[in-house]
Ligand binder design. Structure first.
Ligand SMILES: [Cu+2]
Length: 119
């Protein structure tokens, strides 16, 4: 009985080892995704804040268009997601389709950044 248990323990460990190394391989190939979504904002200061926020949250590139309010991002899906990035943006004061920034954070933005709220 004891031998069987040890056998299973080794089999499990081996399986884990294989899984881990397989994941390492897929991560190192760095499959990035791109996405474009709307982020409410107003000026160049918003642009800097928006792009900095998503970069700090795992986006490898970010470009927000002041006129169209569209943010184009490139990110590693193993590290972040559009949902996580939208949450992050709301947390620094910028509404998205999915998440509304907390009123106090929005209120504390510089005057030039007071865009019209999404909802
Ligand atoms: Cu601004």
């Amino acid at each position: 009985m004891k031998k069987i248990k040890i056998f299973f323990a080794i089999a499990l460990l081996t399986a884990f080892g294989v899984t881990t190394s397989a994941q390492t391989v897929s991560t190192s190939s760095m499959q990035t995704k791109t996405a474009t979504f709307k982020v409410w904002g107003k000026c160049d200061m918003c642009k800097a804040r928006i792009e900095k926020a998503v970069r700090s949250d795992g986006a490898t590139s970010a470009d927000w268009n002041v006129k169209t309010k569209m943010l184009a991002v490139t990110y590693d899906p193993a590290k972040t997601s559009v949902d996580a990035l939208e949450k992050k943006l709301a947390s620094v004061g910028h509404d998205t389709e999915k998440y509304r920034a907390p009123d106090d954070v929005y209120a504390n933005l510089p005057g030039c950044c007071h865009y019209e709220r999404a909802k």
